[in-house]
Write a protein of this length. Sequence first.
Length: 167
Amino acid sequence: MKSVHVETHEDPVDVSTNARVIEAVLACQEKLPMACGGKGLCATCHVYVVEGAERLSPITPRENMSLPMLADRQPNSRLACQAKVLGNGVKIALPRVQYLDGSVELEKLIGRRTEVPIVHPLHGTVLIAAGKIITRSRIRELSFVDIDIAEMQSRCQSIEKNSYSER
């Protein structure tokens, strides 16, 4: 077992060697979306490695493809679905953003000021900056997000079918 400390959680969590970082995040009851189902095709499980980057598996080719999409990417950015825990003492931080699961989700927020940036669920582009008021017209403009999510889910299902047929 290896220990991983998620900054928002008081105690480190134990995960098995080679477990993905996402398992530690989920064990802390943190919400970290995986729009692509953990295949490394989107950037919704983005985390920052605060300590112990050398105790994680090397960056995968899929991470190299997905990480550049992130608006808030830093040198210590990783995808929690791809990074595997190899040693003790890994410490991670979650980005302070809200992922938009669909434009309908914002309906309940009309007229409110956002506390954190609201970002695109697949590539992390800031859709509504922190401190901005959410308006009905802005929600209409964001309806493309629903199409993007449906397209990503369709792409993931076809990848899953292909990987099963190759076995």
